[in-house]
Design a protein around this ligand. Structure first.
Ligand code: ADP
Length: 245
């Protein structure tokens, strides 16, 4: 954020963004559920040029045991960027940023997962970012919801993620890496479309109250679009023959 790269035209005179999108358009999202045979549930998501693999284990015994809760299951999330996921090699050790993103994704998923149904156990969600291009927390959250559902974990709703933001003085949907670096604001949203509840909301940058409202509106619209793709991925996995939809 903060206009580091001034050479990029973020929005041309026709209102077209640096990657050819309109202001209210998301990148192409594709999701495949059940891609890893050794995990209980899994998903692979491409969100524009972001590529993320998610593996879910559990509910399973908690080690160390003192971390378990007799009243409820616990959710543990690890968001990790592969060293080759960004232009300059990333140190594979967890950074402060990865610890933060793991935490916000855990808190964004918790309202959706019916953890009380399996006390004393843990559900582990591992998100591996293979390629990053802005908006990885929303993409990882989206993929994690599908992987949890693929694992058969009881859920109240899926959580769909999509960011809104501001670049070249315009409110935009689904902020890419260039827009994140050279733009004015990034507002990632996690949303449960069926329950109409926001479970993740962060803001990096500055927005007026009116722009903030617009960001929430188009961000929720983006999440609703992502939700349809999540449901399709699960239908494709569980009704692969196509006879039941
Ligand atoms: P998000 O990926 O959720 O938008 P950030 O706003 O923190 O999270 O990061 C924006 C983008 O910056 C990432 O998607 C990635 O493309 C890039 N990025 C993050 N960490 C690094 C890093 N260590 N090296 C290079 N690029 C990075």
């Amino acid at each position: 954020m903060g206009g580091r790269d001034t050479d990029i035209v973020l929005l041309d005179e026709n209102g077209i963004r640096c990657d050819g999108r309109k202001v209210n358009e998301t990148r192409k999202v594709t999701i495949k559920a059940g891609v890893l045979k050794n995990a209980n549930g899994s998903a692979y998501i491409e969100f524009g040029d972001n590529k993320i693999l998610v593996g879910v284990y559990g509910p399973r015994d908690v080690h160390p045991k003192h971390m378990s809760d007799t009243d409820t299951g616990i959710l543990r999330c690890r968001y990790h960027m592969a060293p080759f996921s960004v232009g300059e090699r990333k140190n594979p050790a967890p950074s402060r940023r990865e610890v933060e993103i793991s935490k916000v994704i855990k808190e964004a998923l918790e309202p959706a997962v019916m953890l009380k149904e399996f006390p004393r156990t843990a559900v582990d969600v591992f998100m591996e970012v293979l390629q990053a291009d802005g908006g990885t927390r929303c993409a990882a959250l989206t993929g994690a919801s599908v992987a949890l559902a693929d694992a058969g974990i009881p859920m109240r709703d899926l959580v769909a993620g999509c960011a809104a933001g501001k670049a070249a003085d315009a409110v935009i949907l689904d902020v890419n890496n260039e827009e994140d670096q050279a733009g004015q604001a990034d507002l990632p949203i996690g949303y449960m479309p069926n329950l109409k509840k926001i479970t993740l909301l962060q803001l990096d940058g500055v927005l007026t109250p009116e722009e903030y409202k617009q960001c929430i509106e188009i961000g929720i619209d983006g999440c609703n679009q992502v939700y349809e793709i999540q449901k399709k991925a699960l239908q494709d996995k569980f009704f692969a023959s196509g006879e039941k939809q």
